[in-house]
Write a new protein. Structure first.
Ligand code: ADP
Ligand code: ADP
Ligand code: ZN
Length: 214
């Protein structure tokens, strides 16, 4: 089978992680989430984690070189041989260019379209699993056992889901990441997907667009 190299693009809270995890199960290729990797480095208090912390809490981007380095290393691991779903990377033009320089040819860039009101609703109720990276929502997608992930760990709220940090992240998205929409559209890779409606609705639209049936 050819490599399946996909990327999720969209503002914070658009549902990138939620849909990437579904694709991971459906296609049997790993989700590669830079946000999850950085949060994991912070929990382990590595040098990388300490460097990233202040940027993340302020809703700013971690420097390109740092993020490019961790992605390059991650994509060399054998579980990514058959493909992967990038989630949260690239986020700047420089990162997009570096990805191409690594020889990665994306099959599709899945852009999730969601209104700003919906983003605020989603982020203000988001609950995350620090162990496996799963996201839940207290109202829209509550965990079966209150406060617990399906993997058994205790769910937490992300520090950067505070309203001030969300505002900052939305600005960062508009300034630095949104230009990638044009970048990938110009290269014929962009699939624009309506990200509103239930997670099942959105998953069905993505499957239609990438031509995968399950
Ligand atoms: P979201 O759920 O808002 O899309 P992520 O979990 O992907 O957020 O990222 C959380 C934070 O981690 C970002 O605000 C940023 O500080 C940092 N980060 C994640 N991915 C990148 C990246 N590709 N480049 C720079 N910083 C990143
Ligand atoms: P991103 O990775 O783009 O930041 P997430 O996948 O973490 O976004 O989703 C943000 C929040 O919205 C989470 O609380 C998640 O449970 C919830 N969510 C995701 N998709 C939907 C949807 N289609 N409808 C309602 N809530 C959703
Ligand atoms: Zn979990």
């Amino acid at each position: 089978m050819a490599k399946t190299q996909l990327m999720m693009l969209g503002p914070p809270g658009a549902g990138k992680g939620t849909q990437a995890k579904r694709l991971e199960d459906e296609l049997d290729i790993p989700q590669v989430s830079t946000g999850d990797m950085l949060r994991d480095a912070r929990r382990r208090e590595t040098e990388l984690g300490q460097e990233a912390a202040e940027y993340m809490d302020d809703g700013e981007l971690v420097p390109d070189d740092v993020v490019i380095g961790i992605v390059e290393e991650r994509l060399q691991q054998s579980d990514a041989d058959e493909g992967f779903i990038l989630d949260g990377f690239p986020r700047t033009r420089k990162q997009a260019e570096s990805l191409a320089d690594m020889g990665v040819e994306l099959e599709a860039v899945i852009k999730l379209q969601v209104s700003e009101d919906e983003i605020v609703r989603r982020l203000s109720g988001r609950l995350n699993c620090p162990e496996c990276g799963a996201a839940y929502h207290e109202e829209f997608d509550p965990p079966e056992r209150e406060g617990r992930c399906a993997c058994g760990s205790e769910l937490t709220r992300r520090e950067d889901d505070r309203p001030e940090a969300v505002r900052e992240r939305l600005e960062t998205y508009t300034d630095e990441t949104k230009p990638l929409v044009t970048f990938y559209r110009d290269r014929g890779m962009l699939l624009e997907i309506n990200g509103e409606g239930s997670p099942d609705d959105v998953a069905a639209r993505i499957q239609d667009a990438i031509g995968v049936s399950t």
